[in-house]
Ligand binder design. Sequence first.
Ligand code: BGC
Length: 459
Amino acid sequence: MPKPDYTQYIIEANRRIVKDICKPFILSDDTYKRIKDLFLVDIKKGLGKYTHKKASVKCYMTFVEKLPSGCEHGKFLALELSGDDCRVLCVNLQGDDDFKIEWQHFDVPPEIKVDTAKHFFNFLAKCLSDFIVKYDLQYEELNLGFTFAFPLKQTSINKGILVKWTKGYNVPGVVGNDVIALLQEAIERRGDLPINNIIILNNTTGTLISCAWKHREAKIGVLISGGFNMCYLEKSKHIQLFKNFGNYCPTMVINCEAGAFGNDGVLDFMRTSVDFTVNKNSMHPGQQVYEKMVAGLYLGEIARLTLLDCINAGAMLKGIVSKEILTPMVFRTHDMLQIELQEPGHYETTRKVFGKMGYRDTTSGDCENLRHICTAISTRSANMVAACLACLVERVGDPYLIIGADGSVYRSYPNYPSLLRNRLKKLVRPDFKFDVVQAEDGAGQGAALLAASTKRKKK
Ligand code: BGC
C-alpha cells in the first residue's frame, strides 16, 4: 500500500496554529468603535482643567491659532528632528502657494540620543552650521522653525518644555527644560549662526501646517513613522487650560500626543501578550502604549515575538529557535513591508529576511505564514490609527475636512493608506465627509511656514 502524503496536511495544520496565534491582532468592528469612543473620553480629559494632570492623552496647547493663508513669503530656516534623522531646510516662500526648498539630511548617531544635553544640542547646532555654510546663508538674518518630535508643554510658540523623551531617546538634563533655550545656548557657543528668532512646534503640528498651506480644509494632522501622533484644530472654548492665557483666539491646534493613549490601562482589554512584552522590554516601559502597537519603531518587534511564538508552537521553521531570532529588533518594520510588497507566491525577499535571522532552509509554508503574521500586525496598526482619527473627524465637526498624513509607515507600507481610509469610512458617521492627503513637504516646511506667519504677526 503506498504511504499516505502527509505534507499538505501538515502545512494546513501549521497554518491553523499560526492563524490562531495571530487572532488577537484581528479585532472586531465593535472593538475599533470602542477604541474610538475611549479616545474621545481621553481627549476631553486632556483638555479639562481638573483632569489634564492625570490624563494619558495630554492634548497640549501649541499656540498655533490659525493655519497658513498661502500668502506667506520670505526665506525661512527649519530644523526638523524626528526619530533617526535630522533635516535642515531653507524654504523660500514666494506667496501664492509657491515656494522653493533646499534641504540636507543628517543621520543622528545612536550615541547622541543618550548623550549629555550639551553634546546633543551642539550636534543640532552643527547641523545648522553645516547647512548654512553649504548654502551660503551666513550673511542672511534668519528666523528658525524647530520641529521637535517629542511631547512639549508650551506657553507660547517661543517656549517648549520637554515633558518626557519617547522612542529611542534619553538625553539627561532636558526633561523639564525649555528646548529653545538649550538650542539657543548651543548656537551662542558656536557664535557663527545668523539666527534671530526661534519658534518651536511638534512635528505633527508641522505636518498639519504644511498640508493646510495647500489645502485650506486641512484640520487634522497624523504621523505614523517611528513614532505616532495626531493633532487637530480645536475650538478654544473647549480648551479649559487656555482660559488662563488672556489674548483669546477662537481656535488652536492641539497636539494630542496620541501615542500615550492607553498608558492608564484603558486599552488592556485589547492588548496582546506580545504588546505587553514589547512594552516591558522598551526603553520607556509604561509610556507610549498606543505608539508601541502602531508605530514603525515597534511593528517589527511585535512581528519577531509573534514569529517566535509560532516557532515555539512547532508551527514554523521546524520549531528551531536560532540565535539571531532571539536578538531584539533583528526583524525590522522595513523587513515587514518588503515582505508584504512581494507578489503573493513570491518568496525571495522573505527568504533573505529569514536568512538574516539565521534560517537558510525554509519552506513556502514558512514564507506564507510570515506574511500572514506581518499583515495581521500592519493591518491592526492602520485600523487603530483610523479609530483615533475617526474620533477627531467627528470632534472637529466640519461637514468636510482634510486629514494631512505623513510618516515612513504611512508613506512606504503597501496598502496602509487604503486600509486606513477604509476603516475610517466604517467608523466615521456618514454626515462627515473627509479626505486623507499625504502631506508632501513634511513637518519642516510647516515649521518654516509658522516662522513666516509669526514674523508677519510681529510687524
Ligand atoms: C512623540 C510625538 C511625535 C511622534 C511622531 C512620539 O513618540 O511623543 O511628539 O509627534 O512620536 O514623531
